[in-house]
Each structure stands twice: as structure tokens, then as C-alpha cells.
Write a protein that binds this ligand. Structure first.
Ligand SMILES: [Ca+2]
Ligand SMILES: [Ca+2]
Length: 310
């Protein structure tokens, strides 16, 4: 009897020890998960802060640039590129893009809300150059204008409510909104994406940084090949320093006898999109920052930041 009781007591002791061992093991493993999680969060924070530091570097570069010259060209944009470089204990890479080398969607409306005829013409040509239908211009304007009156080929809430959303009826905050617009859609947006921007005010197109299709869209009847010829005339060989005056562009033989006008064209820019990629420990971050440079005050501010897509 006594021996039996001893046996039971021994089994109970073994069970208690087992339970304690399991509990401790679980506690330790949970603690390790917590430590790792905290470490990941710390790494993510550092990666993001490092990306913000990259944005600061870009701001400094833009200020130095405006102190040195009043022209912006592709050579400057190229030299601003930072390859993957160790920085403050992590890695950083980044580049700037001139957002005024693109067609600013928000130029389609004048300050008083009326349609800008020149911008409308240029955007219509750009649509055709990327293979979209000209009729989508009306839909893009309806998307932005405050009213709900449909233009002939346009679309307002009566159309979009069937898609489950409404027209923005305000200026574009991101070109990606184009994916929602009638006649454009996601594929159309992808085709237009390298050539359009959505800046918070009306801007000129910088002919020094504009790619072939944006230049071709400035002239009635011009094809992609004509645009390529303009790029070739601007930057015959590296360094691609472009034109030092807008006149030098306008007087190109290629443009003689065309309907080109100087309105809303320039050789300098105020808006740049900076993309910064960083790594810290196990974390990575990508930051997009739309920077606005004030040439007179020599200041640069971030007007929009994002971690998804511009
Ligand atoms: Ca410059
Ligand atoms: Ca509208």
C-alpha cells in the first residue's frame, strides 16, 4: 500500500515538473517572439527614418542646384542618383525624377474651373500616342471638374455609381486615379503613368526633361518617332544638358512650320519626385516624396509622402 502511494506521488512529481517545463519553454519562446517582434519594429522604424534622411539629402541637393543654375536637365537628374550605399549603419539608394518633364493632369482646368484648351489639346494627343482613344479626355475632365454635367464623351456619377464609386470632382492627387476613369482603366493608366503627373497647382512642362511622347504631344500630327528626333536634337550625346533657353528649343528646324507654342513650356522645374529605398537589419522601406522647390526663397518642402506608389 505504502509503495503504491509512493508510486503515485512520484508520477505526480514528474507530471508537475513536466507542466512547469512546458510552461517555461512556452514563456521563453513567447519572449523570444516578442524580442524578435520588437527588433523588427525597431528595424522598420530605423529603415523609415533612414529613408527620411535620404529625402533630406535630396532636399539639400535641390537647394544647391538652384544656387548654381536656373536650368534643370536630365544630366542633373542623373547625377542625383544614389546607388546602394552604406549609410548610418544601413543601406540607402535613391533617385529624383522631374515631375515637370510630364504632362500635369491638373493643367486641364484653368484657375476659374474652365477647361484649358491648350492643355486639352496636348493631353488628347498624348492619349493617342499611348494608344488610347481621344474621347477619354472628356472623361478625365469630368472626373476633375466640380460639376456633375457630362461632357459629350465624359462620365459623371450617373456612370460611376454603377461601378460602385463616385467621380472625384476635384483636382487629381495621384495619377493612379486615372485607373478609375471611364475609357482609361488600369491598362490605360499603366500606359500613361510614365508621362503624367498630378501636381497641386498648374505647372509648365520642362522640355529639357520631357520624354519623346510628351514632346511629341506638343505638336499636332507628331508621332513617337518625331518625339525621338526632338530628344536627339536636345541631347545628342551625354552629358544630357538640354537647352539653356526655351528659345533654343522653339527654333529647332524640326519644329519649323508646326503649331508649337511657348505657353506652359519651360526649361526649369519646381516639382521633383524622390524615391528612396533603405535597408536596416531585416527591414526594408521605400519612400516616395513629392518635393516642391521655391526658386526665389531657395527652399524645398515635401508636399506629399507615400510608401505605396506615387
Ligand atoms: Ca538645375
Ligand atoms: Ca465632374
Amino acid at each position: 500500500m505504502k509503495r503504491r502511494q509512493q508510486g503515485v506521488a512520484l508520477i505526480m512529481v514528474i507530471m508537475v515538473v513536466a507542466v512547469i517545463t512546458i510552461a517555461v519553454a512556452e514563456l521563453v519562446s513567447r519572449q523570444q517572439v516578442d524580442i524578435r517582434r520588437a527588433g523588427n519594429l525597431f528595424d522598420q522604424d530605423r529603415a523609415y527614418l533612414l529613408a527620411l534622411a535620404g529625402e533630406d539629402v535630396a532636399r539639400g541637393w535641390l537647394v544647391r542646384d538652384i544656387e548654381q543654375n536656373t536650368v534643370d536637365n536630365l544630366n542633373e537628374v542623373e547625377v542625383s542618383r544614389i546607388p546602394r550605399t552604406p549609410f548610418e549603419g544601413g543601406f540607402i539608394s535613391g533617385w529624383a525624377e522631374d515631375m515637370q518633364g510630364r504632362f500635369n493632369l491638373n493643367n486641364l482646368l484653368a484657375a476659374d474651373g474652365s477647361v484649358d484648351p491648350l492643355a486639352r489639346k496636348r493631353f488628347g494627343r498624348l492619349l493617342r500616342l499611348v494608344g488610347l482613344d481621344l474621347s477619354a479626355v472628356d472623361a478625365v475632365i469630368d472626373w476633375m471638374d466640380k460639376n456633375s454635367d457630362e461632357l459629350p464623351d465624359g462620365a459623371e456619377d450617373s456612370y460611376y455609381s454603377g461601378q460602385g464609386y463616385s467621380a472625384a470632382n476635384r483636382l487629381f492627387t495621384s495619377p493612379s486615379e486615372l485607373a478609375l476613369v471611364k475609357g482609361i482603366g488600369f491598362k490605360g493608366y499603366q500606359a500613361l503613368a510614365p508621362y503624367v503627373s498630378a501636381l497641386p497647382e498648374r505647372t509648365a512642362i520642362n522640355v529639357n526633361t520631357a520624354p519623346d511622347l510628351v514632346l511629341a504631344a506638343l505638336v499636332e500630327g507628331f508621332s513617337k518617332e518625331d518625339g525621338e528626333e526632338l530628344v536627339q536634337a536636345r541631347d545628342p550625346e551625354p552629358p544630357n544638358e538640354g537647352f539653356s533657353s526655351l528659345d533654343d528649343f522653339i527654333v529647332l528646324p524640326k519644329l519649323a512650320g508646326t503649331d508649337i507654342v511657348e505657353t506652359d513650356l519651360d526649361i526649369a522645374s519646381s516639382y521633383f519626385l524622390v524615391t528612396v529605398n533603405t535597408e536596416w537589419g531585416r527591414a526594408r522601406a521605400q519612400l516616395y516624396s513629392l518635393l516642391k522647390r521655391d526658386a526665389a526663397k531657395k527652399t524645398v518642402v515635401s508636399v506629399m509622402r507615400g510608401q505605396g506608389a506615387y
